[in-house]
Design a protein around this ligand. Structure first.
Ligand SMILES: NC(=O)c1ccc[n+]([C@@H]2O[C@H](COP(=O)([O-])OP(=O)(O)OC[C@H]3O[C@@H](n4cnc5c(N)ncnc54)[C@H](OP(=O)(O)O)[C@@H]3O)[C@@H](O)[C@H]2O)c1
Length: 293
């Protein structure tokens, strides 16, 4: 198949490109960080249409979006332009025969009544989630499309500093000698990005449509993740204390937006890497960082 990945220069897009390139011809679109990818501004509908006309594809995995909830809260119009507008453009421009997989988030739920199934009512509590809900509605209305919702992704980015959750756990907590508190309220489900890429390949092959949830299995607060990572890495964490104060941020976060993966498991997908193995796999990508432990 000829597959287009939007957001190919991003955290998830890179992992998806690497996985799908094993079996398919891949085109990647990026925007500011184009290296081996084509530069297409998804906010520019004419540019999107021209790029699709020039190189038609069999399937599109649409990952590009603003995904920092605090940015989205402060910039609702700009968020709408990319997160919703680009999705509208793709839905309108793609021939009906082209499969569309849209990447969505657990933040379409309010986090008050977990776990959430694919048919649970959505009630986002911040602009990011609301933009994803509006984009989902566009994708739902397009026959032959699939929405894949996922929670916090963990993976190795282009370098250690830009590798998100686990890099933060190390830098902000485990390598900070001073006693400090760490959030023990908001429940997260850190999900290995390569499992997500594998799930997308699995769903693509099966021509899946509708909505499906992908998620890591362990429920962890940030404090819980710190403790689990400390255990795997043999690092002290007694100086880090659980806090019941939720850190105030521009965009509120759901308390526990657990995604049920029963539907994905029922399709036969089995790759849900346990968190300790995720930590080990992550550290193997950055052997130098292990020495700083
Ligand atoms: N990361 C998570 O924990 C997480 C959790 C749940 C769901 N998701 C969803 O997963 C998807 C991917 O997230 P991510 O973490 O990979 O995000 P990311 O690392 O911030 O990447 C965003 C991508 O969007 C591209 N982009 C930004 N503005 C663009 C524009 N105007 N035109 C075309 N492309 C543009 C970026 O390209 P350039 O960098 O080249 O500008 C980049 O490739 C998003 O839909 C997000 O909502 C992420």
């Amino acid at each position: 198949m000829n597959i287009l990945v939007t957001g190919a220069t991003g955290f998830l897009g890179r992992a998806v490109m690497a996985r799908l390139a094993r079996d398919h011809a891949i085109t990647g679109w990026g925007h500011a960080h184009t290296d081996a990818t084509t530069r297409v501004d998804l906010r520019d509908a004419a540019a999107v249409r021209a790029a699709l006309d020039a190189a038609p594809v069999d399937a599109v995995i649409h990952t590009a979006a603003y995904r920092d909830p605090d940015f989205c809260e402060a910039h609702p119009e700009e968020t709408d332009r990319l997160n919703v507008g680009a999705t509208r453009t793709l839905c309108a421009a793609l021939p009906v025969s082209t499969q569309l997989i849209f990447i969505s988030t657990d933040y379409v739920f309010d986090g008050e009544r977990p776990p959430y199934t694919e048919s649970s009512p959505r009630a986002p509590i911040q602009e990011y989630g609301r933009s994803k809900q509006r984009a989902e509605d566009l994708v739902r209305a397009r026959p032959g499309s699939l929405i894949v919702r996922m929670p916090l992704l963990v993976g190795a980015g282009a370098d250690f500093a830009s590798s998100g959750f686990l890099a933060q756990i190390l830098a902000q907590h485990l390598r900070r000698a001073k006693p400090h508190a760490c959030d023990d309220v908001l429940v997260r489900y850190p999900t290995w990005i390569e499992d997500v890429a594998e799930a997308l390949a699995f769903l693509l092959e099966r021509d899946a449509t509708g909505v499906i949830h992908m998620s890591g299995a362990e429920a962890l607060t940030r404090y819980g993740a710190v403790r689990a990572a400390a255990q795997v890495l043999g690092l002290p964490c007694e100086h880090i204390h659980p806090s019941t104060d939720v850190v105030a941020r521009a965009a509120p976060r759901p308390r526990d937006s657990a995604l049920s993966t029963a539907a994905l498991r029922a399709l036969g997908f089995t790759r849900f890497t346990p968190f300790p193995d995720v930590v080990r796999a992550f550290m193997r990508r950055f052997p130098e960082e292990t020495k700083h432990g």
